[in-house]
Design a protein around this ligand. Structure first.
Ligand SMILES: [Zn+2]
Length: 320
């Protein structure tokens, strides 16, 4: 069998982007499994959620948003540190960039390596990469929660840390009045999970429990369509949890019997492929995911840094 192409390096087909209005002044842009972004209207300003991989890609999203509102973007909220979510930040020309304390720490610790790693894995998302001015630095960070008053009768936007999950610093954005939750990469709707920097036990238990407890009526996940209605929202959360639990179980069993990483990868692939194999980025993510579960079982609490070189080593060992 021919070796699989590295990560998403040969995924070059353009995706169709759809701007959805989820409630009055609440927007999401989904893109057939590419990273989602969102925006929330205040009385006289906008809050943007996620920034995309480059300023050019971000500007394209802003152009679509401008068909609905011309209010200035005052706040940019970053759900976590991953390059494809943050490096387009300069396009928004915002007053304040907001993220979790740990996101700032992770950018400082590994921002540059993560940029190189993600560029190699998903080159298509990095449209005109030379327009990226440098790393994105959040100016306001918090450890638990933060609230933005949207003004008028629009209610408030609650930014909340729900525990360690997809990374050490994921936050969600919750609109209690409109019951819309922007969950970042903590929840994926019919897209595979990337867990290479994750905390599988925390994520699959308390963190997802907290996400579910909002009782959202619409949820914008990191990738995939927007589930609407309580049942569809809960299904997306539980599907995310089941992906994590299967990985913990399969990798855990091989690790416990003293098997190899490759065996753990094959067992996990076999278990997940029937349900999740056709979803976006499944083959891309799985080697990195299994390696991280393995590391956790080895007692490595803080995720090791992915570099372009380490990406290739793990890929060649597991998918090669
Ligand atoms: Zn991510």
């Amino acid at each position: 069998m021919a070796a699989k192409p590295f990560a998403s390096s040969t995924d070059l087909g353009e995706k169709t982007e759809t701007l959805e209005v989820l409630a009055d002044g609440v927007y999401a842009l989904t893109a057939e499994g590419d990273p989602n972004v969102g925006a929330i209207e205040g009385e006289d300003f906008l809050v943007a959620f996620e920034a995309r991989a480059t300023p050019v890609a971000a500007r394209d999203w802003l152009d679509k948003l401008r068909e609905h509102t011309d209010k200035p973007v005052k706040y940019l909220v970053l759900s976590h540190y991953h390059a494809v979510r943050v490096l387009g930040a300069s396009a928004f020309d915002v007053e304040v960039i907001i993220a979790h304390d740990n996101t700032w720490k992770l950018i400082k610790e590994r921002g540059k390596q993560d940029w190189d790693s993600e560029f190699g894995r998903m080159p298509r998302l990095f449209r005109e990469p030379d327009t990226i001015p440098g790393l994105t630095w959040p100016e306001v960070t918090f450890s638990d929660s933060m609230t933005i008053d949207l003004g008028g009768a629009r209610g408030k936007l609650v930014l909340q840390y729900c525990g360690r999950g997809h990374t050490a610093g994921d936050i969600v954005a919750w609109l209690p009045r409109q019951k819309v939750l922007f969950a970042g990469d903590l929840v994926e709707a019919e897209a595979a999970l990337y867990t290479g920097d994750a905390f599988h036990t925390d994520w699959s238990t308390g963190t997802l429990d907290r996400v579910k407890a909002f009782g959202a009526e619409a949820l914008v996940g990191g990738r995939g369509a927007v589930p609407r209605g309580r049942e569809a929202v809960d299904a997306a959360i539980e599907q995310t949890r089941s992906f994590l639990l299967v990985m913990r179980e399969k990798v855990g069993a091989v690790h416990a019997r003293g098997g190899s990483l490759k065996e753990a990868f094959e067992a996990t692939h076999q278990a997940l492929a029937p349900k999740f194999g056709a979803w976006p980025i499944f083959e891309h993510c799985l080697p990195f995911d299994v390696q991280r579960v393995w590391d956790e079982l080895d007692g490595i609490d803080w995720p090791r840094i992915w570099t372009a070189e380490r990406d290739r080593e793990v890929w060649d060992e597991l998918q090669g």
